[in-house]
Write a protein that binds this ligand. Structure first.
Ligand code: PEP
Ligand code: MN
Length: 370
């Protein structure tokens, strides 16, 4: 279902310097010199539209650096005056909103630890009533699309028209090379649910390490994201927060030069013809997949009837282990990723269990049904 927001979004505000709308700056404002020097170097990069710096830092552990507070807002105001860049910071309560607006901050963002909490988002929304400012809502730390949309709706209800979302990945117990799991299907689903909402990718907090920034940024561009928020610092090694994921402005420039920009669509009739034909083939395969699933579930239901008649449990762990091993080996040999095979077969298995449950609980038996 497509979400209708209670405000008409200004769709093209991110066209400030063309696509992508690029926000960069340090994770945290640390000193006046660090802020100004970083900003001056960023202002020389033509793609950079806005400067970011965290003033109040939500940290996981209490003894970490928690930001310079209001003092830093003056530094941001100076950045705006001296470089002409838009300036942005994170707000996590109504007091932050009032202070940031007082100092002329152009873009407020709501962090991942805040968008999980409807009380706090509502408090921020109430503080934003009647205010004309850009607001970006980061995804909550857990992969819950409804919670993300809910936070966006609350801000839209305040009448904010220059509204956007930031995809910064999702925290997970499973450790992988990235700090946060991208779960790209969530921002893709957000685009489907609110088509007019600009979506920015924050590769820094997904990556957690400089080396992955380029590949994540490229993926975001390939998926037609509207912008990027990338952390930068004049001396990343010395940064007081998120040191390993920040880039020098020079390295940012180099990363941008390697980004391949793609067009969201084409009007070339020849290309449209070829794409149309290939898409028809995809539709045929999708129909095949659905027919196969239908047949697979019929078999699962028959198995369910036998299980019911013989009074045995639906879940048979050893059989499931065998299936996983078999399809993993076969699927990977066909060039399919382990991640996709895992997700797909978990979903198929769950669906089979549901069908078998229905049989078990409906009293349908092989005798009565055949
Ligand atoms: C940040 O942008 O520095 C930050 C704290 O981000 P997040 O809310 O995504 O963790
Ligand atoms: Mn950070």
């Amino acid at each position: 279902m497509v979400v209708k927001l209670e405000t008409s979004l200004i769709k093209d505000w991110m066209g400030y310097k063309g696509r992508p709308f690029l926000i960069s700056g340090p994770c945290s404002a640390e000193t006046e010199e660090q802020v100004m020097e970083t900003a001056k170097q960023l202002a020389m990069i033509k793609e950079v539209s806005a400067f970011r710096a965290g003033i109040w830092k939500p940290r996981t552990r209490p003894s970490s650096f928690e930001g310079v507070g209001i003092e830093g807002l003056k530094w941001l105001r100076n950045v705006k005056k001296e470089t002409g860049l838009l300036v942005s910071t994170e707000v996590a309560n109504e007091k932050h909103v009032y202070e940031a607006l007082k100092y002329g901050i152009d873009i407020l963002w709501i962090g991942a630890r805040t968008s999980v909490n409807p009380f706090t988002v509502q408090e921020i929304s109430d503080a934003l009533k009647g205010v004309d400012v850009m607001v970006l809502v980061k995804n909550p730390i857990n992969p819950d699309i409804e919670l993300w949309i809910g936070a966006i709706e609350r801000i839209a209800k305040a009448g904010i028209t220059r509204l956007g979302a930031i995809h910064r990945g999702f925290s997970s117990y499973e450790k992988t090379s990235y700090r946060n799991q991208p779960n790209w299907q969530l921002p893709i689903e957000l685009r489907r649910r609110i088509p007019d909402l600009p979506i920015i990718c924050d590769p820094s907090h997904i990556a957690g390490a400089r080396e992955f920034l380029h590949e994540i940024s490229q993926k975001a561009m390939d998926l037609n994201f509207d912008g990027l928020m990338i952390e930068s610092h004049i001396n990343p090694e010395k940064a007081l927060s998120d040191s390993s994921q920040q880039l020098t402005p020079n390295d940012l420039k180099e990363l941008l030069s390697r980004l391949i920009m793609r067009n969201p669509s084409t009007s070339d009739p020849k290309l449209l013809d070829v794409l149309g034909e290939l898409r028809q083939q995809i539709d045929v395969y999708d129909d095949h997949l659905l027919d196969l699933m239908e047949q697979r579930m019929k078999v699962a239901e028959t198995i369910g009837r036998y299980k019911k008649e013989n009074n045995i449990t639906i879940l048979q762990s050893t059989r499931w282990d065998e299936i996983v091993k078999r399809v993993m080996a076969k699927g990977q040999a066909k060039g399919l990723s382990a991640e996709m095979i895992d997700t797909m077969f978990k979903a198929i298995h769950q669906e089979s269990i549901n069908h078998q449950m229905k049989v078990m609980n409906n009293g349908i038996t092989n005798q009565t049904n055949e």
